[in-house]
Design a protein around this ligand. Structure first.
Ligand code: PMV
Length: 326
């Protein structure tokens, strides 16, 4: 009873920041992301009678506390569906820094759900897998399907209509690129889960941002369909800035930005003034992700690598969804 799966991280173009149900992980607003080829988690799950308890190794390190609890919750849901009792050994490895605002939880969560369900003998649909991934870590419901994926917020109380739905697959827009600038690989001080809860509770801008995000989904879908980088980039940039305003205005305030973040943002604006079509987005970490087209990658790379605080960059094209691997 063993299976291994891979899944890619995804980056939201319209963001998820806040739940309407903390337990089931139901979002306040629908959101849209693109999977990133090459930012990959690989996870193996083995159920065996010989194990006395569930254990979880991430990048070779035994996990405990909240990290382990989240994996055990997911295993429990899968055991219930498969009517099995065996404990499991879960081994996961990311090829990129964990917990630094690179959506590592998204890749890990969906690889876990796929591997664990197969190892338990289940054959679930992508929708069922996405719902299980959502309950592990919200954004991971967008990493079961590949390409551009919308997390439809749903209206049901039980969350059965809240899942990641593919809009366009990874081959639809082959020239689309995300350049991830790595500014810091230190784990973030405020985890998304805690930060977004406080934002919903007390950020004065929360409702405005969430309503605006829901409305922006239709425009974003159209921009992807039309392969319109200018409209897509402007919408994504505006949505990310608004989300960070919500974070700044939360008490206590949530600031993921570093001085280098501002430098890269300024560089993006300067490049745009020179006619290079590039836009930025950011999540719960200092890294800036630059949205652009293949033809401009070289120019952007050369300019961004001149900024002192930029440690590394990773260029990603739209990636596949979760897959079983040997
Ligand atoms: O799924 P979580 O709990 O890691 O939250 C993700 C939150 C953001 O990355 C900031 C936004 C998003 O939509 O991915």
């Amino acid at each position: 009873m063993r299976a291994k799966a891979m899944a890619n991280a995804n980056i939201a173009l319209i963001k998820y920041w806040g739940k309407r149900d903390d337990k089931l992980i139901l979002p306040q607003n629908s959101n849209i992301a693109v999977n990133l080829a090459g930012l990959t988690a690989k996870t193996s799950v083995t159920f065996d009678k010989k194990y006395k308890k569930d254990s979880f190794l991430l990048d070779g390190k035994t996990q405990s506390g909240e990290e382990l609890a989240r994996v055990v919750d997911t295993l429990n849901r899968i055991r219930k569906l498969a009517r099995i009792k065996d404990k499991a050994l879960v081994m996961s490895a990311n090829n990129f820094p964990t917990a630094a605002g690179l959506a590592s939880s998204a890749a890990g969560g969906s690889a876990l759900v796929l591997a664990a369900s197969k190892a338990a003998g289940l054959d679930l649909s992508n929708r069922e897998l996405s719902i299980l991934a959502r309950m592990n870590s919200g954004s991971s419901c967008r990493s079961i399907d590949g390409g551009f994926v919308k997390w439809v917020k749903g209206v049901r109380k039980d969350g059965k209509d809240s899942y990641g739905k593919q809009l366009f697959n990874e081959f639809y827009w082959p020239d689309f690129r995300i350049i991830v600038t790595i500014l810091s690989t230190a784990p973030k001080k405020i985890k998304s889960r805690a930060g977004m809860k406080t934002s919903v509770e007390n950020s004065p801008f929360y409702r405005t941002w969430s309503d605006e995000s829901e409305r922006s989904c239709a425009d974003m879908e159209r921009a992807i369909k039309n392969k319109d980088i200018a409209v897509l980039g402007s919408l994504a940039e505006k949505n990310a800035i608004m989300m960070h305003c919500v974070m700044f205005a939360t008490t206590p305030s949530i600031i993921y930005w570093s001085p280098e973040t501002v430098e890269v943002i300024n560089a993006v604006h300067e490049m745009r003034e020179k006619g290079i079509r590039c836009y930025f987005t950011m999540d719960a970490g200092p890294q800036v992700k630059i949205i652009c087209l293949k033809n401009d990658v070289k120019k952007i790379k050369n300019l961004v690598l001149k900024i002192k605080g930029v440690k590394n960059i990773i260029v990603c094209r739209p990636g596949t969804g979760a897959k079983l691997i040997a």
